[in-house]
Design a binder for this molecule. Structure first.
Ligand code: NAD
Ligand code: DAU
Length: 351
């Protein structure tokens, strides 16, 4: 039996990854450590609740004591850090929580892993760790900043984060790198493009547009809508993380992209067409401050080293995602009718 600590497992990607691991690795025990912020939702894991290989612990990666208690109780082989504040617009409204959670929280978690996994030190003072342990830091393509031409980000592209969110994630990457270089902590950093799929909180573009359209509400398009994102289905992302966790070369960064570049406006129109809804629902609103125009990922490293490539085309992925939101109205209506709606309304009106 191997023990896997998933932080932020009650969020969108974390909960999909927990389902993926429980399905594919019956000899893994998962501890989901999550603070349950507005984005953490235990309804994402209702079906897993009674699985003997799944344990939920509520806690905060910023609290050293929380982590010490956790590490006293379990011996982990792997740690995958999904815990974060993940929404760019919120980071523009309140940067401080992003620095605290994404940067400081990651450093505290890295330090806990170092202490927990260290067996002894060598003659030069470098830690020697237990065998077969690994830390995965889930980062983002946004750390590279924006692209405006035909270029693609590869793992050697310089980091030029432009929002408080991406600055906090880039800082976490620097900390993770420093723990590899200084303490030889066995780790990888992954940088993926925009994820979509089941269980995504309806503040992000695709679930917001699907659910607003289903409710015949306006679809807010920031600025001209000509910004380009590369869309990665969350299941393709989970497979890539599985490969990196088990076969990735230690100390390496891996980019993970969906090969699905599209402008926001084109994507929104596609969603409206698929739902048979009028384009009149589209409303152009004031642009996001310093809005990045384009992200795009060069997947060649993970493809050549680990044999990964995305399986979902955007068409198939969007169909599957729309069906999921159609079949899970209770899930998203509970969120949209709850506290989040008040916050969203205020943010939307203040644009
Ligand atoms: P999410 O917002 O859906 O989930 C984040 C989870 O982290 C929530 O369950 C929340 O309760 C938990 N959390 C927040 N602060 C915490 C703390 N202090 N301690 C413990 N748990 C805490 O996010 P997501 O979209 O699933 O993203 C997961 C990770 O992937 C993040 O690190 C994000 O930066 C990164 N990422 C996301 C995308 C995307 O498109 N969603 C793309 C690239 C990278
Ligand atoms: O690229 C990876 C990143 O993708 C992740 O690191 C972030 O956690 C994740 O939130 C996402 O960031 P984006 O800002 O790209 O995602 P979001 O869904 O917020 O917006 C996608 C695009 O759609 C962006 O250009 C802004 C635009 N947008 C978004 C919303 C919510 C709109 O035009 N209207 C909207 O209402």
């Amino acid at each position: 039996m191997k023990n896997l600590l998933i932080t932020g497992g009650a969020g969108f990607i974390g909960s999909n990854f927990i389902k993926y691991i429980l399905k594919n690795y019956p000899n893994y025990r998962i501890v989901n450590f999550d603070l349950l912020t507005y984005a953490g939702n235990l309804n994402n894991l209702k079906e897993e609740e009674d699985n003997p290989n799944y344990i939920f612990v509520q806690g905060d990666i910023r609290e050293k004591e929380n982590l010490e208690n956790l590490f006293k109780e379990y011996t982990f082989n792997y740690i995958v850090n999904f815990a974060a504040e993940s929404h760019v617009d919120r980071s523009i409204n309140n940067p401080a929580i992003f620095a605290k959670t994404n940067t400081l929280g990651t450093q505290i978690l890295l330090d806990a892993a170092k202490t927990h996994w260290q067996k002894r030190k060598d003659e030069q003072g470098y830690p020697i760790y237990r065998k077969e342990v690994r830390f995965i830091q889930i980062s983002t393509d946004e750390v590279y900043g924006e692209l405006d031409s035909e270029e693609y980000f590869n793992e050697n592209s310089p980091l030029k984060p432009s929002s408080p969110y991406s600055a906090s994630k880039a800082s976490a990457d620097f900390f993770a790198n420093s723990y590899y270089d200084t303490f030889k902590l066995p780790l990888n950093i992954t940088r993926c493009s925009n994820n979509y799929g089941p269980y995504q909180f309806p503040e992000k573009l695709i679930p917001l547009m699907i659910t607003n359209a289903l409710q015949n509400k306006k679809l807010p398009v920031f600025g001209d809508g000509m910004q380009i994102r590369d869309w990665l289905h969350v299941r393709d992302h989970c497979k890539a993380l599985d490969l990196i966790l088990h076969e990735g070369k230690l100390g390496e960064v891996y980019n993970i992209g969906g090969n699905n570049e599209i402008t926001n406006i084109e994507l929104i129109k596609t969603i409206l067409d698929k739902l048979n809804k009028s384009k009149e629902l589209i409303e152009h609103v004031r642009d996001r401050l310093n809005h990045d125009r384009r992200y795009a990922i060069d997947n060649s490293k993970i493809a050549s080293e680990l044999g990964w490539k995305p399986k979902f085309s955007l068409q198939t992925g969007i169909d599957q995602t729309i069906n999921w939101y159609l079949n899970n109205k209770d899930w998203w209506k509970k969120i949209k009718n709850g506290k989040y709606q008040k916050y969203y309304q205020k943010m939307y009106e203040n644009r």
